[in-house]
Design a protein around this ligand. Structure first.
Ligand SMILES: Cc1cc2nc3c(=O)[nH]c(=O)nc-3n(C[C@H](O)[C@H](O)[C@H](O)COP(=O)(O)OP(=O)(O)OC[C@H]3O[C@@H](n4cnc5c(N)ncnc54)[C@H](O)[C@@H]3O)c2cc1C
Length: 479
């Protein structure tokens, strides 16, 4: 994983842009102030400006860029659609952002083997749309699926409403082509279910761009279910809704999805999407069961019984595909709907054992009251994956907002959970890693990174605490 290229002084700014234009031609390089501004952001709150942005056309371009950056000791930061919620695609140490916008093709849909081979810039929803005529789908469905890319999904090991029954991205990836930070092209896995030796595909999925760049992905396609039943259950109190989540699963039913929304989130969604959720509900569950048609009505009826026993006052089963789509449009549009409540929001992402949902949601309410910040909740309840959305209006509130977010993460970890469910660590939570991991845990992870990326050029400043940015945090693992 090393090359014999000579190391030269790090290039920056206009000199770097000029050198990249020489390497790739002007059509694949962006370097003006206006162009670079677009790449300062993702879906989170941190920003940093790249020295240059490159738009490779194929794996050979990516390898060329990586070799060049390695020789010049320039950080290399992969970017999909920039919908990430932990600052993963933000070039916190400058360098070259590699946008995969032009590597967005489906290379193969292999129906007999139920596999697809795709480029990393492909938008998630486009894959399922292309596979639908064959009765197949790519299951992981982040709520951002109309925009986010497969490369971003692999890097973040993304989940979605329907990953409760089917598993998150790592359960659906069998092969990868990657370019290491020195330009070496490596193939891991393939179309087979399991490869012999270490599970390097598994190591790469969820590595947030810190091990290298994904240039091709082989994924499983799953047969579309014969049918579905979608139920909206509204409860006067959010505790009743969150207690129902564990009760449904304890009853022996594993729905494809269980999503929860509190009153504030419902109000925003109704104002924006008009999904038909009752505005007076303290908590709303959206529950879906799918599979063979036989038995679905029975499962739906059992879910409704559990919800009724826990105090549900409204139960609605979607009577048509249109009604189902409307219920889901509300959930999938919930983050965007926050604009109805406040000019800005900061979304937290912690995960807890689902039986702890009522207690941790109470802690979130206490944190909201103490901080004076409104917090809406809309999340993958079946997975115990919380997404408190902390609303704010002005930049000078951001410190208070981050403090409230950190308090929520502490509550998740104390409840036996983790500091990220699916949005990743990125540069948002790298300083918080010692809350959950001991120095020796972090050292073991660092050794994995070093095996792939010995010079630390792949997406630096992410996942691991950095002395510069994390100096003021004195956090230690609790358990
Ligand atoms: C409204 C909204 C709803 C969301 N809902 C969900 C949800 O339900 N579930 C969920 O899990 N997430 C969700 N997200 C978060 C986000 O959409 C996912 O993390 C998504 O996978 C990011 O994809 P992207 O293409 O935008 O990646 P980016 O934001 O561009 O990048 C994310 C990370 O991936 C790395 N990366 C990108 N491409 C590559 C590549 N080719 N090789 C190596 N590394 C790469 C980047 O360096 C970065 O670290 C949501 C975001 C928004 C804004």
């Amino acid at each position: 994983m090393t090359t014999d290229t000579a190391v030269r002084a790090r290039l920056r700014g206009a000199a770097l842009v000029d050198a990249l234009v020489g390497l790739l031609g002007p059509d694949k390089v962006l370097g003006t102030r206006e162009d670079l501004l677009t790449y300062e952001y993702d879906g989170a709150v941190d920003t940093a400006t790249p020295d240059a942005v490159v738009l490779p056309q194929d794996t050979a371009d990516v390898a060329k860029i990586a070799r060049f950056c390695h020789e010049r000791r320039v950080p290399i930061v992969p970017r999909g659609a920039g919908t990430g919620l932990s600052g993963g695609a933000i070039p916190v140490e400058g360098g070259v952002v590699v946008s995969f916008a032009r590597m967005a093709r489906i290379l193969e849909i292999d129906v007999p083997n139920r596999r697809a081979v795709v480029q990393p810039g492909l938008i998630n929803l486009h894959l399922s749309t292309a596979a639908a005529p064959y009765g197949l789908a790519f299951v992981p469905d982040p709520s951002s699926q109309k925009a986010c890319t497969l490369g971003g999904n692999v890097a973040e090991n993304s989940g979605g409403p329907h990953t409760l029954a089917y598993g998150v991205t790592t359960n659906h990836v069998t092969g990868l082509e990657i370019v290491l930070s020195d330009g070496t092209i490596v193939r891991l896995g393939g179309k087979a279910e399991d490869a012999e030796g270490y599970d390097l595909v598994g190591a790469f999925v969820g590595s947030e761009g810190t091990l290298g760049l994904v240039t091709e992905i082989t994924v499983k396609l799953t047969p579309l279910p014969e049918d579905k039943r979608t139920i909206m259950a509204a409860f006067p109190e959010i505790d009743q809704a969150s207690e129902s989540v564990s009760a449904i699963i304890a009853a022996g039913i594993v729905p494809a999805a269980i999503e929860l929304m509190d009153r504030l989130a419902t109000q925003a969604v109704e104002a924006a999407v008009r999904a038909g959720y009752p505005l007076d509900a303290g908590g709303i569950l959206l529950v879906e069961v799918d599979g063979l048609r036989d038995g679905l009505d029975d499962a739906a009826a059992r879910i409704e019984t559990v919800c009724r026993e826990h105090g549900a006052t409204t139960l609605r089963r979607a009577a048509s595909a249109l009604e189902r789509d409307r219920l889901w449009a509300g959930r999938k549009g919930a983050f965007a709907a926050m604009g109805r409540l406040a000019p800005a929001y900061y979304v937290q992402d912690g995960v807890i054992p689902r039986t702890r949902l009522p207690a941790v949601l109470r802690r979130v309410r206490e944190i909201s009251a103490r901080s004076g910040l409104r917090i809406a909740n809309v999340f993958h309840a079946g997975d115990g994956n919380l997404h408190p959305l902390i609303l704010f209006a002005r930049d000078d509130e951001l410190e208070r907002v981050r403090e409230a977010g950190l308090d929520i993460l502490r509550a998740c970890i104390e409840a036996g959970g983790s500091l990220t469910g699916e949005h990743g660590v990125g540069m948002e939570k790298n300083c918080y890693m010692p809350l959950q991991f001991s120095p020796s845990d972090l050292a073991a992870m660092r050794r994995v990174k070093t095996a792939f990326d010995p010079d630390g050029l792949a997406n630096p400043g992410k996942v691991f605490p950095t002395p510069g940015r994390c100096r003021e945090y004195q956090l230690t693992a609790t358990g």
